[in-house]
Design a binder for this molecule. Structure first.
Ligand SMILES: [Zn+2]
Length: 86
């Protein structure tokens, strides 16, 4: 799994809606990839904040900004061109 693939699955991952097979791919990516590990950590905290305000879903804006940040961090490792993929 690449960072881009992980990012595409990230909201489903947090919603607990990924298949077991995909979940294990995600988890092994998180073990290998420090950037995405940090991203998950940050997103968890973000979700907690939103929950306190009774809003669970990540807004598109927050997600987009987070994705851009992680892609920028990962650019040195591989080329990515998925900023407009869903
Ligand atoms: Zn990654």
């Amino acid at each position: 799994m690449t960072c881009t693939e992980f990012l595409a699955q990230m909201t489903d991952y947090f919603d607990g809606q990924v298949e077991p097979e995909l979940l294990s791919e995600i988890q092994s990516h998180l073990c290998e990839c420090h950037h995405c590990e940090i991203l998950v950590d940050t997103t968890r905290q973000t979700i907690r904040v939103y929950k306190n305000h009774q809003v669970y879903d990540l807004t598109e804006e927050v997600r987009e900004r987070t994705v851009q940040r992680i892609l920028a961090a990962c650019t040195g490792r591989k080329s990515v061109s998925a900023s407009d993929q869903r």
